[in-house]
Design a protein around this ligand. Structure first.
Ligand code: PAF
Length: 282
C-alpha cells in the first residue's frame, strides 16, 4: 500500500493507471475509519483493479462553529485498517495543497442543497461537492462508493456527477449499524456513556415510522409526530429535524407516495447524529 500526500503525484499515478486500462475504485473519507467505511471499501475493492482511499478532513464543509478542529483523527489506526483491506493507495493530502492560498473555485449544486442538512448547515454541501469534484479530478475513478447514512450527500453528489458529466459510476451502500441499531459514524465517539445508550433512539424512531407505514399510515405529520414521541422518551436527545421527503428530489411530502426518504438529525450534547431510511410506498 502506498501513501501519497501530493495531489499532483496522485493525479500522475492515476493517469498512468488509466493509460494501462485499469479500473480505479475510490472511497473518499475523512478518516477515523469504522465498519461503515470498511463496507464501502470492500465494495470498491470488488469492483475495481486498483483501490484508492482518500483521508482528508475537509475544512470547507464545516461551518465556523462546527467540529473541524476536534474532528477525530487517527492515521496510524486508519493505515493499519486499510492495509488489512488490501488497499492500493491512500491519498492523504494536506489542506494547504488542496486549498492553496488564493484558492477561489467552488462547485455548488442548487436547490436540493438548501433543505434538510443544508438548511441547518449552510455551505456544507458546497464544501462537499467542491472537495469531491477535486478528488474526482485527481483520482479519476471509474467507480466511487458512498454511504446511505449521508443520504442527502449521496443525492447531491449523484446530481453533481450527472450535471457535470463525470464518467463515474456512483454506488450508494447500506448503512452499517451497531447491535442496537445506532448507525456507525466517526462522530459517535463524542457520545458519553449515557448519551450512547440513548442514541439508539434514532433507529427506534425510524423503525416506528416503518411500522406505521406498513400499517397503512400515509400522513407525514402523523408519522413525524409519533417519531418525536419516541425520541422524547430519551431526556438527552434534542431533535434538529425530522423530515419525510421524496428520495430523489428531496421535496417535502404531506402524503407518502413513491420512493420516500425519512431522515432525522438529533443532538446529544456535543454530538449531532443523523440517520435515515428509504422506503417504497404505493
Ligand atoms: O462523507 C464524508 O466523509 C465526506 O463528506 C466526504 C465525502 C469524504 C467529503 O469530504
Amino acid at each position: 500500500m502506498q501513501i501519497i500526500k501530493s495531489p499532483k503525484m496522485m493525479q500522475r499515478i492515476c493517469q498512468g493507471l488509466k493509460r494501462e486500462g485499469k479500473i480505479i475504485g475510490f472511497v473518499p473519507t475523512m478518516g477515523y475509519l469504522h465498519e461503515g467505511h470498511l463496507s464501502l471499501i470492500r465494495i470498491a475493492k470488488r469492483r475495481s483493479d486498483v483501490l484508492v482511499v482518500s483521508i482528508f478532513v475537509n475544512p470547507t464543509q464545516f461551518g465556523p462553529k462546527e467540529d473541524f478542529a476536534r474532528y477525530p483523527r487517527d492515521f496510524k489506526r486508519d493505515r493499519f485498517l486499510l492495509e488489512r483491506e488490501d488497499c492500493d493507495f491512500v491519498f492523504v493530502p494536506r489542506v494547504k495543497d488542496m486549498y492553496p492560498s488564493g484558492y477561489l473555485t467552488y462547485v455548488n449544486v442548487d436547490k436540493i442543497t438548501g433543505k434538510l442538512e443544508g438548511a441547518i448547515r449552510p455551505g456544507h454541501f458546497k464544501g462537499v461537492t467542491t472537495v469531491v469534484a477535486k478528488l474526482f479530478n485527481i483520482v479519476q475513478p471509474d467507480v466511487a462508493v458512498f454511504g446511505q447514512k449521508d443520504a442527502q450527500q449521496a443525492v447531491v453528489l449523484k446530481k453533481m456527477v450527472d450535471d457535470l458529466n463525470y464518467g463515474v459510476k456512483m454506488i450508494v451502500a447500506p448503512t452499517v449499524r451497531e447491535k442496537d441499531g445506532l448507525a456507525q459514524s466517526s462522530r459517535n465517539m463524542y457520545l458519553s456513556e449515557e448519551e450512547r445508550k440513548q442514541a439508539k433512539v434514532l433507529y427506534q424512531s425510524l423503525q416506528e415510522a416503518k411500522k406505521l407505514i406498513k400499517m397503512g399510515e400515509k400522513s407525514s405529520n402523523k408519522i413525524i409526530s409519533r417519531m418525536r414521541d419516541v425520541i422524547k422518551k430519551q431526556p438527552l436527545a434534542e431533535v434538529d429535524y425530522i423530515a419525510i421527503t421524496d428520495a430523489q428530489t428531496l421535496e417535502f411530502l404531506n402524503k407518502l407516495k413513491g420512493e420516500v426518504l425519512i431522515s432525522l438529525a438529533v443532538r446529544f450534547g456535543k454530538a449531532r447524529l443523523i440517520d435515515n431510511i428509504k422506503l417504497k410506498v404505493d
